[in-house]
Write a protein that binds this ligand. Structure first.
Ligand SMILES: [Fe+2]
Ligand SMILES: [Fe+2]
Length: 173
């Protein structure tokens, strides 16, 4: 008797591997970073990109902190990288807040560009150092479990809305 074809556990696990989910999540951020860094793009385009970028970044970073970074901190080899990641997230948060309060267009542009470069560098470090190091120290099963948690956190945060997100505050100005 033939058994029903079901996707293998490994395939399912790979799809929810937290590393793959984080890499996917970085893609829209990278696209927006390109626009934010481009001084030739008109202000409205960058303003629009920023309004999209801010909540995406907050949602991504907080979910990452509560899943990947949390587990990395339990490993002696990985904790330093996770703490460095935290510091960069905090810097980005502070800059988002500052940009929200900035009214002068030129100063706004300068701050947005620096923020975009900071996040670009942070993403590079995650992709080239943090995620490969974590992969070496983890099993696919663990990463799949963590991936599920990452997705739950992201959904929860999206549902809570971004009432206090910098982009929204800026639109209201
Ligand atoms: Fe991050
Ligand atoms: Fe990330």
């Amino acid at each position: 008797m033939q058994s029903t074809q079901q996707p293998g556990t490994r395939t399912v696990q790979k799809e929810s591997d937290v590393i793959n989910l984080i890499l996917e999540d970085h893609k829209p951020l990278k696209k927006l970073i390109k626009i934010l860094k481009d001084n030739d793009k008109d202000f409205d385009k960058r303003d629009q990109a920023f309004a999209e970028f801010a909540p995406l970044l907050i949602n991504h970073s907080k979910s990452e902190e509560e899943s990947l970074y949390k587990i990395m901190k339990t490993n002696a080899e990985l904790r330093t990288l996770a703490f460095e990641g935290d510091v960069e997230h905090t810097l980005a948060d502070q800059m988002l807040e500052e940009i929200k309060r900035t009214e002068d267009q030129d100063i706004w542009s300068a701050k947005v560009k620096v923020l975009a470069e900071l996040v670009e560098h942070h993403i590079e470090e995650e992709e080239e150092e943090m995620l490969p190091e974590y992969k070496k120290e983890s099993t696919l099963e663990e990463r799949a479990r963590l991936g599920q948690h990452f997705l739950t956190l992201k959904t929860k945060m999206a549902e809570q809305g971004n009432e206090d997100s910098p982009s929204e505050a800026r639109i209201l100005q």
